[in-house]
Design a protein around this ligand. Sequence first.
Ligand SMILES: NC(=O)c1ccc[n+]([C@@H]2O[C@H](COP(=O)([O-])OP(=O)(O)OC[C@H]3O[C@@H](n4cnc5c(N)ncnc54)[C@H](OP(=O)(O)O)[C@@H]3O)[C@@H](O)[C@H]2O)c1
Length: 254
Amino acid sequence: MKWKANASRTIWIIGASSGIGLALSEQLLKQGHKVAMSARRTGKLGELAGEYPDQECVAPCDVTDRESVQKAVQRVQKCFGHVDTLIFNAGICEYIDDGDVKASVVEKVINTNFVGLANVIEAAKPLLKAHSGVQIAAVSSSAAFLPLPRAEAYGASKAAVSYFMHTLRLAMQKKGISVNVICPGFVKTPLTDQNDFDMPCLISAEEAAEQIIAGLQRDKREIHFPHRFTRFLKLLSALPLGLQQRLTGSLVKA
Ligand SMILES: NC(=O)c1ccc[n+]([C@@H]2O[C@H](COP(=O)([O-])OP(=O)(O)OC[C@H]3O[C@@H](n4cnc5c(N)ncnc54)[C@H](OP(=O)(O)O)[C@@H]3O)[C@@H](O)[C@H]2O)c1
């Protein structure tokens, strides 16, 4: 369901300490919403919380640790009682070079980006009491649209997030809960600052946050941006695999 104009929502952002999550927290607090913010590092969150003492709740957690997620849920419950919109944004990116698969890397990336999402959704049940307008959103990636170079672990984790969320919607919509999947292109953040290749159509974290909020306000099932990049990837994904992989091989230089 679309957000009611000028109504304050209670929003929990997991992965709020930098990049897209921090920009989302700043913009939502500025707009007057109540925002619970989670991450392992809480320094930045504490600073932001100080500026909006009546609207914020800092709930530290490591999404790979179910006990710590449970504690964060209890903290959010104590602060606000419930959540209208949950945004799972926590994520890490590690590449696989030259097909040299490291199971430990795959495990770490999948544990944070995908299993972490399931940990949070399971623990958050008491916060997400079905009432009209409840949303569960997860930040996936446009890397989930098609296989991209070196993204064996990261792309697989995000493809899992997208599949999981689109499937979860089938059950949740019967309960009146919306499920939103967010697929950004390249966004300038500490995560992408480590990339050693040219990133086409790179946008700022602030612009990404604006796009995400606009998409959630309209309750879009899939929020993808910037369109000039994500539409191109969607087009590529519709091509025969051989042709697609010849083109993507040169899209991101390995
Ligand atoms: N930047 C891009 O181009 C891009 C594109 C598509 C999708 N995305 C996705 O967007 C999301 C945000 O990424 P970003 O680019 O803004 O990167 P970022 O600045 O590195 O932010 C990642 C956030 O995830 C949190 N996080 C990581 N591991 C965690 C854990 N185990 N438990 C709790 N929180 C954890 C980090 O907090 P702590 O380290 O403090 O825990 C941080 O707040 C990620 O899911 C990423 O995959 C990014």
